[in-house]
Design a protein around this ligand. Structure first.
Ligand code: SF4
Ligand code: SF4
Length: 107
């Protein structure tokens, strides 16, 4: 784990989880997602809480692109960056939450 953290494109740790209820989607988030909402988010349980769908251990909106640079490290791209949920907006790179995500997931 490096400190300070890398460019988010070279990390993506906070977009990974096996938990279905990982990325909360509020009503405002759902509205912001627009025509993508039904595809990328869903209601779980009693039906009154929505979350981003998870696939292959990460948020469905994350695209892991094989590296093309000299180091061939993959890139982690949020395909809905401008429309991402508030919880993603609030997790600032270099914040304690970011460091926690990286400590748990990147070893
Ligand atoms: S906010 Fe932190 S954990 Fe999330 S992608 Fe950026 S560096 Fe990684
Ligand atoms: S919406 Fe984007 S930033 Fe938020 S968890 Fe999914 S891929 Fe990551």
């Amino acid at each position: 784990m490096s400190n300070p953290p890398p460019d988010c494109l070279r990390c993506g740790a906070c977009c990974f989880s096996r938990a279905e209820r990982f990325v909360r989607v509020t009503g405002a988030d759902w509205t912001r997602l627009g025509d993508a909402a039904e595809r990328v988010a869903h209601f779980i349980g009693q039906g009154n809480e929505a979350f981003m769908r998870m696939t292959a251990g990460h948020c469905i909106a994350l695209e892991v692109r094989p590296g093309t640079g000299a180091d061939e490290e993959p890139e982690y791209i949020c395909t809905l960056y401008d429309r991402r949920p508030q919880i993603c907006r609030d997790l600032a790179r270099g914040s304690p939450e970011c460091e926690g995500e990286r400590a748990v997931k990147t070893g």
